[in-house]
Design a binder for this molecule. Structure first.
Ligand SMILES: Cc1cc2nc3c(=O)[nH]c(=O)nc-3n(C[C@H](O)[C@H](O)[C@H](O)COP(=O)(O)O)c2cc1C
Length: 194
């Protein structure tokens, strides 16, 4: 593990359960790997461009096997720069709350910008879809106000953890570990589930 990117999707900062758990893990990693480079992407203090207009046209050009042209070129270069920043690590830590049974819109916005054909994933008629982010691992710290564990009766309402797992698998991560803080609205000290 040489370079780590930490992506923070909760705006609650020192009141956030996912951030608290992620920070403990990060300080443990720093102690064990003093030379590791850690970059933080705080999605609540991050200038993400709207994913619209020319960016979408550029994406659809690429999906058709064409090169972006005209105004699409600058739009696609902006996407490429954000993707390159994201891709520049071998281990990733995410702190992700559940909002309305899913992930906060800032996290979805980020995923929409960086999940691009020819960057994080590819497709061929022979091979179908394949991820391009092999060699990377992730540890994801999830938090939710209620509990969605197996046997709770609420499993099918959880679009947070299955979605992030699906996304990271789709773009080709080798390994995804989960740590779950659940029932944070009910328990003074929420238990962590790995
Ligand atoms: C806008 C919003 C929507 C939420 N929706 C849900 C929900 O659907 N299910 C749930 O269990 N908790 C929900 N919660 C509670 C959060 O998941 C809970 O407070 C969690 O601890 C947030 O993560 P954090 O502590 O890392 O910020 C919601 C909270 C907010 C602010």
């Amino acid at each position: 593990m040489k370079k780590l990117i930490y992506i923070e999707a909760s705006p609650r900062k020192d009141r956030s359960h996912s951030i608290k758990a992620a920070q403990e893990y990060l300080s443990d990693i720093k102690n064990k790997n003093p030379d590791i480079e850690i970059k933080t992407i705080d999605l609540w203090d991050y200038d993400l461009p709207e994913f619209n207009g020319e960016m979408l046209n550029a994406k659809y050009s690429v999906l058709r096997g064409e090169s972006p042209s005209g105004k699409q070129v600058a739009a696609w270069a902006e996407v490429r720069a954000l993707f390159d920043e994201f891709a520049d690590a071998d281990h990733y830590v995410f702190a992700i709350p559940m909002w309305n049974f899913n992930i906060p819109y800032k996290m979805k916005h980020y995923i929409d910008v960086i999940s691009q054909p020819g960057m994080s994933w590819g497709y061929t008629e022979d091979d179908g879809y394949f991820g391009l982010m092999a060699g990377r691992t992730a540890k994801v710290f999830f938090a939710s106000g209620d509990g969605y564990a197996e046997g709770s009766g609420f499993e099918s309402l959880d679009f947070q953890k299955p979605y992030i797992q699906l996304w990271l698998n789709f773009i080709g991560f080798d390994k995804v570990d989960k740590v779950i803080a659940q029932r944070t609205l009910f328990e003074p000290e929420a238990p962590l589930i790995s």
